[in-house]
Design a protein around this ligand. Structure first.
Ligand code: ATP
Ligand code: MG
Length: 399
């Protein structure tokens, strides 16, 4: 993998050449120091958004009001954010006003945890006024400044702390946990979308077991959609070894633990403000999972589920039944792959053909006949061949 900092270096250099300060900041510096894979490289600069846009010919305004401009150089895209402070926090939420500043240290000071408040220059020199590197070495999550002040400014930080427990296998520093336990109720004011982003990262983290325990112990779960009065169900989630599952598979597992009926799934996921596409996907997986827990796959279900849903369903089936290494997934996928068609569009016959052959207008008969043909093809009882299909239909003498 190419070093993402190296490819981003020219962005820093250009800003510096124009007389501004520019540093790598945030999660990418933390993950670099942890030798974890780095996702996005965030850049902080003393240049204002307008100044950044003057320097780089190609930019996209992605959050100008927060000072963020996306800079496109070579083949990369980098978020460049002006040093800022956040003032006037209202209702324990994000501030409604940001002030651009020219000073790095004040920018680092507004960040949530010391491990996230380290800047790194082009030569990999760290600017670390809050001893974030030490916290990383000690695997400690600690707020920059007073935890209760910082949680009162933005209550989401409490959930961020717990998701970092899951992601990084760190521990939350004692005073920070104490403040968290006192202030969880402030999560009431936080938008569900923001909670969801953190919760999803928590669900797929390596150390989710500990993180889920903290959610329960600190009562954070009481402020999460659909989880009030569900501590026992959440404890059930702790029973499963679910590493390696995708976010949607984790939602499906959670739904299984919550014992939700099929019609309750959509309501639950809508409360969490998931996108319709995700809701559908998870709904399908849970549908086939419930079925799979009762019986083995049949050809029709494999066909209607499709490859990705079969894979997710089987992975969950193994997790729920606590089966470790197993070649059953491969066997079911092989059976799926052997289906003569994978979707309706692959049928070598159309509604027009049928209307032609029977010299009849469309109507319910058309849909029914197509479905019969489809089922026959899937069951291997009829070739997916136009002539053969016609022959068979004539023999059946369908009207
Ligand atoms: P990830 O690797 O999951 O993206 P991250 O630490 O980069 O983790 P982001 O949400 O991308 O998380 O935020 C980038 C940086 O912005 C953080 O490292 C932190 O410095 C700062 N930050 C993000 N959210 C907050 C917040 N609610 N309060 C204060 N600072 C925050
Ligand atoms: Mg990030």
């Amino acid at each position: 993998m190419t070093d993402p900092f190296l490819t981003a270096n020219p962005v820093l250099k250009k800003l510096e050449d124009a007389g501004y300060d520019a540093y790598f900041v945030g999660g990418s510096v933390r993950d670099f120091l942890l030798k974890r894979e780095i996702n996005d490289v965030d850049i902080a600069t003393s240049a204002t958004p307008a100044e950044v846009k003057k320097i780089f010919p190609k930019t996209v305004d992605i959050g100008i009001e927060h000072g963020t401009v996306l800079v496109l150089v070579n083949n990369g895209a980098y978020e460049v954010t002006t040093f800022r402070t956040e003032s006037e926090y209202q209702d324990y939420r994000r501030p409604n006003e940001v002030t651009f500043i020219r000073n790095l240290k004040d920018d680092l000071k507004r960040r949530d945890f010391t491990m996230n408040a380290i800047a790194m220059d082009r030569n990999r020199k760290l600017i670390d006024p809050f001893n974030g590197f030490l916290a990383i070495q000690n695997k400690i999550i600690q707020t920059v400044g007073s935890p209760s002040d910082r949680f009162q400014e933005d209550a989401l930080r409490m959930m961020r702390a717990v998701r970092f427990v899951s992601q990084l296998s760190f521990q939350i520093e004692r005073r920070t946990v104490e403040a968290l336990s006192m202030l969880v109720h402030l999560l009431e004011n936080i938008a569900v979308e923001r909670k969801r982003a953190e919760f999803e990262k928590l669900l797929i983290g390596k150390n989710k077991h500990n993180a889920l325990n903290i959610l329960l112990e600190t009562n954070i779960y009481l402020y999460l959609p659909g989880l009030q009065a569900k501590s026992q169900h959440l404890e059930k989630l702790l029973d499963f070894e679910s590493s390696g599952l995708t976010v949607n598979e984790m939602w499906s597992l959670l739904i299984f633990c919550l014992n939700l009926k099929e019609k309750e799934i959509e309501v639950f996921l809508k409360e969490w403000r998931l996108a319709l596409k995700e809701i559908r996907e998870i709904g399908r997986v849970v549908h086939f999972l419930y079925k799979r827990l009762e019986q083995e796959w049949n050809l029709n279900d494999l066909y209607s589920a499709g490859r990705e849903t079969i894979l997710s369903t089987e992975r969950l089936y193994l997790v729920i039944n606590k089966i470790k290494a197993d070649d059953s997934i491969e066997q079911w996928i092989n059976l799926y792959e052997s289906l003569p068609i994978k979707e309706r569009a692959e049928m070598n016959v159309s509604g027009n053909d049928l209307m032609d052959w029977f010299n009849k207008r469309g109507g319910p008969w058309l849909k029914e006949t197509l479905l019969t043909i489809e089922n026959k093809i899937i069951a291997g009882q009829l070739d997916n061949n136009k002539e053969k299909i016609k022959e068979w239909l004539m023999k059946c003498n369908l009207k």
